[in-house]
Design a protein around this ligand. Structure first.
Ligand SMILES: [Mn+2]
Length: 353
């Protein structure tokens, strides 16, 4: 298991969550100036923030492409929560192409058995984060606490999934206390009949909220790949069920001068209704313009512009450009979108360097 690996030196283009959108990826790489083999005449190289797959039409093609680039030393990639789900064999919305390819829907390319072996090896090789003196890349959250916890437990050559399993087992142990379990079961019984009904908002169920928060926060792999979470005040509907925990804007506490580029948190284009009508709950980016860094030191930039929502947009006949694939160019600090638009990013990263 690789925790933090050295990030490429020199100019890089950091690509956001691709989610199986192979055409958007090819277009973006073209606009960035890469040829079909991922070579750039200025010697630039690619970095992927994870979540290469799921939801979009051709996850295997995206994986094969990034694998080739990484093998040729023209790209690096950190692991995202979607890759983690694949490795753990967890069936989630949009990943049946991998977990249940025989039953995969027509608008999605399934993986073949032969391909899958090489892909597993590739996914297992991905680090959780990349770092150099002036730049850090992680899928969701840069957390020194999580890195330290992982360092302590990453003994021997345990795989990421094995470590994940250990954290889950520890949690189960802490929750084996019968009084707490009793409370939890009582709340689950209350929630079960309305859990999948957006019309019936449940009351806040404190024990479920506590359990959900602990599941996320006591597992450093979860923290790094899907971010910090805390109990919410009012349950909200997201991703097809009622939620008792909400995401934390960890960048508002990030007090380090080194800039961080992340993906994961879908940036909203206000009018992409098909994607956002019921999906997210609290807006993580309220008041933050698309081209600005965020956080305490204005040096965290999220490059996920929700191209993973295009599958829903196609069904709803919405203009696809509302959801985009993007890349951050460093050291220029510009954002390039998959239709070729280029915009300067504003922040205070320059102070850090
Ligand atoms: Mn993600």
């Amino acid at each position: 298991m690789q925790l933090i690996e050295p990030l490429f030196a020199g100019p890089v283009d950091i690509v956001g969550d691709v989610h199986g959108e192979i055409d958007a990826l090819e277009n973006l790489l073209g606009h960035l100036g890469y040829d079909a083999k991922g070579r750039h005449e200025d010697g630039r190289r690619l970095v992927f923030v994870g979540d290469l797959t799921d939801r979009g039409p051709d996850s295997p093609a995206v994986l094969r492409k990034v694998m080739e680039l990484v093998e040729a030393d023209r790209a690096q990639c950190v692991i995202g929560n979607h890759e983690l789900n694949l490795l753990r064999g967890e069936l989630k919305d949009g990943n049946d192409w991998w977990v249940a390819p025989e039953a995969c829907s027509d608008n999605m390319q399934p993986v073949t058995g032969e391909d899958k072996i090489g892909m597993i090896a590739f996914l297992e090789s991905l680090p959780l984060a990349l770092e150099r003196q002036d730049l850090r890349v992680v899928h969701a959250c840069w957390s020194e606490v999580a890195f330290a916890e992982l360092q302590d437990s990453a003994s021997g050559d345990a795989t990421l999934c094995e470590l994940y399993g250990r954290f889950t087992a520890k949690l189960a142990e802490r929750w084996s206390d019968s009084a707490r379990t009793h409370k939890l079961n009582r709340e689950w019984r209350e929630l079960a009949p309305i859990q999948k009904d957006p019309q019936q908002r449940p009351r806040l169920l404190a024990t479920i909220a506590q359990m959900d928060r602990e599941y996320q926060m006591s597992n450093p792999i979860c923290v790094l790949t899907s971010g910090e979470e805390t109990e919410t005040e009012i349950p909200f509907w997201a991703g097809g069920k009622w939620r008792m925990v909400e995401r934390v804007r960890w960048w508002e506490r990030y007090d380090d001068p080194v800039p961080v580029v992340i993906g994961h948190y879908w940036r909203r284009f206000g009018d992409a209704i098909a994607v956002y009508s019921d999906k997210y709950g609290p807006d993580m980016f309220a008041g933050i313009e698309m081209h600005r860094c965020m956080g305490l030191r204005h040096n965290v930039y999220c490059v996920d512009f929700s191209v993973g929502g295009r599958y829903a947009q196609r069904t709803a006949n919405e203009p696809l450009h509302m959801c985009r694939l993007a890349a951050v160019r460093v050291p220029e600090w510009q954002v390039m979108y998959d239709h070729g638009e280029l915009q300067a990013i504003e922040g205070e990263y320059i102070d850090a360097n």
